[in-house]
Design a protein around this ligand. Sequence first.
Ligand code: MG
Length: 324
Amino acid sequence: MKEFDLIGNYFAKGGYVRKDVLLGIGDDAAVTKVPAGQCVVTTTDTIVEGVHFLPQTAPESIAHRAIAVNLSDLAAMGAQPAWISLSLSLPSINESWLKAFSEKIHSLSHYFSFQLIGGDTVQGPLSITVTAQGFIPDDNQITRSGAEPGDWLFVTGSLGDAGVGLDLLQNKITVSNPEHASYLKNRHWFPTPRVLAGTTLRRIATSCIDISDGLIQDLKHVISRSEVGAIVHLDKLPISEAITKNIENGIDAITYAATAGDDYELLFTVPEEQRVHIETALASYNIPVTRIGQITGATGKIDLRLNQKPFEFESRKLGFEHFS
Ligand SMILES: [Mg+2]
């Protein structure tokens, strides 16, 4: 389809330009140069209308989320973003939609210093696949498998906001304070990938994962890959004022924080000797960080505590269920 070839025009100009891209958009393939002493970290994520975002979501939010989920995966490895490829499936050509979508990608490219180096467009249901590549100094990647008993468990930012925001958008709940409501919706529409936190954690964190499916669900990946267990103090979870002031039942607020997805905060482990170091380092960048528990030797077991007492969620609430 000829018209679809023209879509490239929206993406070829206006974005951030990097010196390590020898050939970008416009040829059969891109050519890029990896700096000496660096490894390339690669991740791919697809977001689909009706599965990962609601129908009628603004193009700015779709573009933001498509990029953010990938940069978040790079951040979880400790990588600095460099190059992005974009594959776009569109039901039809809508010029104003494409303009808003591509301008958002360009503005993110300037903010995070990545270059859009290629992509493809097809006609089909609305879905966006992004491949993101970043750099990490040789062998400095942070994996899910390095947590050791005794390490402290930390999270960045606050938890549950995106989940509450989504429920708000679907009219499942109401939030009377308009500023809080808009903060919560924006946390769903425009999640912040923790790129700076990720690179700061290199050589300090023993393991790291980004919270895409919910704190407990993603913690399961870490304890399983690291062959350890964990204690989580639910009363310590960082919960925003927008949630605590509007969700009256404390257990409901904690349930959002522990089980809702799409916050894209980082969950990581740090040995005792690095504990103060990491708190100071992240504070110096104004990145909020909270210690929520500790790694144990009880392999495969997550021990949830509320005010020191054992606690269990209703099982149906555990883990993020996509809303389709
Ligand atoms: Mg991830």
